[in-house]
Design a binder for this molecule. Structure first.
Ligand SMILES: [Zn+2]
Length: 155
């Protein structure tokens, strides 16, 4: 698993908590993540499903590891995987033949800042856009800003 699998991993733990009526624990989640993060998320998902089907008690880390190991062993690797070819797609262009850029947020054009009509009495004339917390195109910028304290963060 990689960092972007964390939400999916959290959902897996939630499934386990629900299935075994166990109280969620941030400490347990952190330990499970540390000890299981070398397992691909797809494989771990299958291991969790199998455990929920077969076992009566909440899985230990070692239970999930061995279930994932067994599943990986059972996967037939003698036959090549048949993957569909990616469809060829022409890039979208506008009337001038320039590539079209799709903004995630048309309100701020993914800057995270909304420009307010000029009003000399009011400062500043920008404010954080409503998308600033969730806009995926802004997240890399925000990550950079959080690691570099010398840049100002408007959001
Ligand atoms: Zn926005």
């Amino acid at each position: 698993m990689i960092d972007t699998d964390r939400p999916a991993f959290g959902a897996l733990l939630l499934r386990l908590d629900t299935a075994y009526e166990k109280k969620a624990s941030a400490l347990r989640a952190a330990e499970y993540w540390d000890q299981l993060k070398d397992i691909p998320i797809g494989l771990l998902t299958d291991a969790v499903s199998q455990h929920i089907r077969d076992a009566r008690t909440f899985p230990r880390i070692s239970d999930l590891r061995s279930a994932a190991d067994k599943l990986a062993d059972n996967r037939d690797t003698s036959r090549p995987l048949l993957l569909p070819a990616a469809p060829a797609r022409e890039p979208e262009t506008d009337a001038h033949g320039l590539p079209v850029y799709h903004y995630h947020c048309s309100n701020c054009h993914d800057t995270g800042l909304e420009f307010l009509p000029d009003d000399p009495k009011r400062q500043p004339t920008v404010r954080p856009c409503h998308c600033a917390r969730t806009n995926p195109k802004l997240q890399p910028v925000k990550r950079y800003a959080s690691k570099n304290t010398d840049v100002r963060r408007p959001w």
